[in-house]
Design a protein around this ligand. Structure first.
Ligand code: NAD
Length: 308
């Protein structure tokens, strides 16, 4: 039986532990379980977080390596995976992480078929598809963080440029969480005004914001080795949307079944997120160039999936 508010984070690395930290500070969950193949790492993170309990809204913390811990979880967040080694190709990393994710998902559904699985491990789009296939669950309950982080980055850069708080801007990065992602300008607005028709529109400046967004992960990784604070906040927000049934619209990596003319692939498109998972309720009115970019992203992700 599902225990309301129980969230399991699989992978106690930078991303998993920061997500747990963000959830704890925000009081998102009633119980947070940290699971990792390295028990000591999971234990260390859980203990460190527990010791801050006096200063946060409060949640039960558990840790371990045993999938029995996944029983009753409402949400399972997968951040586990191998890191890219110097000289290792993206394809080789994908194959390694696909095998890790498949085995994790099979262990999850063996004890819990009612949970929602949120994929975060990269390459997140291809791995979302792999996780969905391995789970046997409906696509509404297996999806990835997609371009939510990239969209937050775009809104930050646009907001900075316009002198507006990012929440007032509605503009999505779409497609692959990776090099082929692109901004969906034709469906973007600021304060209710079509962004391209607004007084602040400046093609060169807007494209500069999109470029900074695309390069953001490289810029951070080259300086500090990994990105984790913003994705931690993204995860906490997506978990809250599910636990509180907020019905937020987020650009999640969704397995497509004909939407945008695409099939058999998962990529970042807006979906409504709530207690039963994520659903694509409507398609963005993309222009021809954007539709082409979405097809290119889909092909890149599909080519990776086909390599398995
Ligand atoms: P990390 O190396 O710090 O942590 C990975 C953790 O996974 C480690 O603790 C490791 O022990 C654990 N692990 C490995 N195999 C496991 C298994 N079979 N079962 C359980 N645990 C296992 O890496 P990180 O910096 O936390 O990043 C995690 C992933 O998140 C990476 O793939 C990274 O690229 C991705 N990421 C995604 C986004 C996004 O927007 N989707 C953003 C940032 C990072």
């Amino acid at each position: 039986m599902i225990q309301p508010g129980k969230v399991v984070v699989i992978g106690a690395g930078f991303v998993g532990s920061t997500a747990a930290y963000a959830m704890l500070i925000e009081g998102v969950a009633r119980e947070i379980v940290i699971l990792d193949i390295h028990k000591e790492k999971a234990e260390g993170e859980a203990l460190d977080l527990e010791h801050g309990m006096q200063f946060v809204p409060g949640a039960k913390m558990s840790f371990g390596t045993d999938y029995k811990l996944v029983k009753g979880a409402q949400i399972v967040v997968i951040t586990a995976g191998a890191n890219q080694k110097p000289g290792q190709s993206r394809r080789d990393l994908f194959v390694i992480n696909a095998n890790i994710v498949k085995s994790i998902v099979k262990s999850v559904v063996a004890v819990n078929k009612e949970c929602i699985i949120l994929m975060v491990t990269n390459p997140v789009d291809a791995l979302t598809y792999v996780a969905w296939k391995a789970s046997g669950l409906p696509r509404e309950r297996v999806f990835g963080s997609g371009t939510t982080l990239d969209t937050a980055r775009l809104r930050f850069y646009l907001g900075e440029m316009m002198g507006v708080y990012p929440q007032g801007i509605h503009a999505y990065m779409l497609g692959e969480h990776g090099d082929s992602e692109f901004p969906g300008w034709s469906a973007a607005s600021v304060g209710g005004v079509d962004l391209q028709k607004s007084k602040v529109w400046n093609t060169a400046k807007m494209e500069q914001a999109a470029l900074k967004t695309k390069r953001a992960a490289y810029e951070i990784i080259s300086r500090k080795g990994a990105t984790y604070y913003a994705i931690g906040l993204v995860i906490a927000r997506l978990v809250r949307d599910m636990l509180d049934d907020t019905r937020s619209i987020m650009p999640l990596s969704m397995v497509l079944k004909g939407e945008y003319g695409l099939n058999g692939v998962s990529l970042g498109v807006p979906a409504v997120l709530g207690a039963s998972g994520a659903q694509i309720k409507q398609e963005l009115p993309l222009n021809a160039e954007e539709k082409k970019k979405l097809r290119i992203s889909a092909k890149i992700i599909k080519d990776l999936i086909d390599k398995l």
